[in-house]
Write a protein that binds this ligand. Structure first.
Ligand code: ZN
Length: 284
């Protein structure tokens, strides 16, 4: 099985040399703004049927590469896989080869509908490199408008595809456009992850604007939102990884950040940051 996985990985790298973009055009959108200092309360967003089962298992996540003395920030990439995913992985790989004392990873929020024969091997590669595979639904629809059956199908189809790659039955969820409501939370089979810092890279701003958006409002426990598919994001990443290390940060996946900060994620709860509990200030 291991050799099969490695073969898939190598095969994917070969395929990438003649890769042509098959990514669907995703509708432009305006993510919601979060003006409150949000902290999920125990059970607050759990429906009765979730009460007994809303614990989210992080035990098997390997965080041995994390230096807990460092400040930690989670990077997340939405609308993946695109033809640019290979470049994202390459930037991380190059950084990690030069900085084995500060290994960087991230979470990839994947649209199942974007996975094809060319991009599937890239997801195997990402998994082997330590990236977290997460769920961004199948078709990138506003799931608050869907029936329960369609909503669950949007989530289940992507979870099933990702399980083939990483073996996990369920994955963290980020709703398309960040649009969720109480009903979506109650039906969701995983924690819902939004973000602290929106780089707005999807608006095709330049690399300096992306870089500045991260560096200007960062704190340990922040979740940074970026997107797969934009050259400026790649260029910003090349500057962000070394500069964040210089400022005492390690870049990690969302689940790794939660585990390293001893935060118990809950099914059906929404998170926009994952600070250590002792660092969380009460709401004003
Ligand atoms: Zn998206």
């Amino acid at each position: 099985m291991r050799y099969l996985t490695l073969f898939s990985c190598m095969f994917g790298i070969l395929l990438c040399s003649c890769y042509t973009s098959t990514k669907k055009e995703l509708t432009s959108y305006m993510p919601p703004s979060f003006d409150s200092y949000f902290e999920p309360l125990e059970g607050e967003y759990a429906t009765p049927e979730h009460k007994e089962t809303n614990a989210w298992e992080l035990e098997e996540r390997d965080i041995s590469y994390i230096d807990k003395k460092k400040k930690l920030v989670a990077f997340s990439f939405d609308d993946t896989p695109s033809s640019a995913l290979e470049n994202i992985l390459a930037v991380f790989t190059a950084f990690n080869e030069q900085n084995p004392d500060c290994i960087a990873t991230a979470s990839l929020f994947i649209n199942g509908g974007l996975i094809d024969d060319n991009s599937l091997p890239l997801l195997y590669t990402a998994n082997i490199l330590g990236f977290e595979l997460a769920n961004h639904t199948h078709s990138h629809l506003d799931i608050t408008t869907l029936s329960q059956t369609k909503l669950q199908a949007e989530i289940d189809r992507t979870d099933e595809l990702l399980k083939i790659v990483d073996g996990h039955t369920r994955h963290l969820l980020r709703a398309p456009f960040g649009k969720i409501d109480q009903r979506v939370k109650s039906l969701c089979p995983a924690p819902v992850i939004n973000w602290t810092i929106d780089t707005l890279d999807w608006t095709k701003i330049d690399e300096t604007a992306i870089y500045d958006s991260v560096m200007s409002s960062l704190f340990s426990g922040a979740i940074v939102l970026m997107h797969d598919g934009y050259p400026a994001t790649i260029e910003a990443l090349k500057r962000l990884l070394p500069d964040l290390k210089a400022q005492g940060y390690q870049v990690v996946s969302v689940s790794a950040l939660a585990k390293a900060h001893n935060i118990s994620l809950k099914v059906g709860s929404e998170y926009i940051r994952l600070r250590k509990k002792e660092e969380v200030k009460p709401l004003p």
